[in-house]
Design a protein around this ligand. Structure first.
Ligand code: GTP
Ligand code: MG
Length: 188
């Protein structure tokens, strides 16, 4: 039939990395001529939601459509007390977006621990699901490059899954389109 393919995307990463800010950039604005980020041009934050983003409690669910796909995004809280919620969503997920704060050198080791735990989980380990990394907050003066972030997270060791890393500035909306295009290309 002509029904859009349903894709469940799990958005993970430490608290304060920028997950909700990224997801918020995907939300269609009130403009009636807006085609959505996956089928039209990317909109800047100043043109869309300007509301204050608060730390996520538990998780939020957002839905977006492109011309051929219907995405459901699970925006999980990255706070340590909520990270145990992540694994309950693994089975239903078709792709993962993992967000890193490129300026947070101190917690890069924590981000790596959480990523390794995720990738070794029995519901994730042997699956070929795509993993999109955003090395976010590239605008910060002491931000690490996406190459440096991928080295620190040992991404070259991920053999069984297609993965991609993009530097991003979620506030300006930069780098997000490239990542979403890569993800979109896994289904169309
Ligand atoms: P939790 O919901 O607690 O897991 O956090 P989160 O990953 O959803 O982070 P959130 O989107 O709430 O962003 C945390 C803070 O980082 C907010 O103050 C954002 O405005 C800020 N932020 C997000 N992306 C960027 C970025 O690219 N650059 C800069 N400078 N700040 C950013
Ligand atoms: Mg959040």
């Amino acid at each position: 039939g002509l029904r859009k393919k349903e894709v469940n995307v799990l958005c993970l990463g430490l608290d304060n990395s920028g997950k909700t800010t990224i997801i918020n950039q995907l939300k269609p604005s009130n403009h009636s001529n807006h085609l959505g980020p996956l089928s039209g041009e990317w909109k800047h934050a100043s043109q869309t939601q300007t509301q204050e983003i608060v730390p996520t409690i538990g998780f939020n669910i957002e839905r977006f459509k492109s011309s051929s796909l219907s995405f459901t995004v699970f925006d999980m809280s990255g706070q340590s007390r909520y990270r145990n919620l992540w694994e309950h969503c693994y089975k239903e997920s078709h792709a993962i977006i993992f967000v890193i704060d490129s300026g947070d050198k101190l917690r890069m080791v924590v981000a790596k621990e959480e990523l390794d735990t995720l990738l070794n989980h029995e519901d994730i380990r042997n699956r070929k699901m795509p993993v999109l990394f955003f090395a976010n907050k590239m605008d910060l003066r002491d931000a690490m490059s996406s190459v440096r972030v991928s080295q620190l997270l040992s991404l070259e060791n991920i053999k069984e899954k297609p993965w991609h890393i993009c530097a991003s500035d979620a506030i300006k909306g930069e780098g997000l389109q490239e990542g979403l295009d890569w993800l979109h290309g896994k289904w169309v």
